[in-house]
Design a protein around this ligand. Structure first.
Ligand code: MG
Length: 159
């Protein structure tokens, strides 16, 4: 068995009047994440974790924010492309662990929906994906509810 591991991190600013997407799920809230795409900070961190495991650079290299074709794109499409790289290299997702850091809204009620969305997007079983959500204890920009950050770790396996 061959194993590969990658880490991903991302942070996006919150702004009024935008929809909030996390892991492809739309979370009811009066602010959303700014970004060239839909700002889905969770999917961006996850893409970077998968790209890291494959030694394929980072999300900015594959989907440059200077390219108008990614203007307003659903991040689920980016994840679909990156999952394609995993498949092409002959790897399977061994497990993924995600930490979302948001002062608000409270994300516990949405963890299940986020998990189901991501499992469907990547065609994986729910027992290989873990979603954790925490606040930043009121500290810094995230704690001040100006941004949401996310960390992800992905482990891939090949027979
Ligand atoms: Mg991003």
């Amino acid at each position: 068995m061959q194993y590969k591991t990658g880490i991903g991190y991302d942070i996006h600013c919150l702004a009024a009047g935008r929809p909030l997407f996390l892991g492809g799920a739309e979370i009811p809230y009066d602010k959303g994440l700014l970004g060239h795409s839909d700002g889905d900070v969770l999917i961006h961190a996850l893409c970077d974790a998968l790209l890291g495991a494959l030694a394929l650079g980072d999300i900015g290299e594959h989907f440059p924010d200077t390219d108008p074709k990614y203007d307003g794109i659903a991040s689920s499409q980016l994840l679909n492309t990156v999952k394609g790289f995993v498949d092409m290299d002959g790897y399977k997702i061994n497990n993924i662990d995600v930490v979302i850091i948001a002062q608000a809204p409270a994300l516990s009620p949405f963890k299940k929906e986020i998990k189901q969305k991501l499992c469907a997007l990547m065609d994986i079983q729910e027992d290989v994906l873990n979603i954790k959500a925490k606040t930043n204890e009121g500290l810094g920009a995230v704690g001040n509810n100006e941004a949401i950050a996310c960390y992800a770790v992905a482990s891939l396996v090949k027979d």
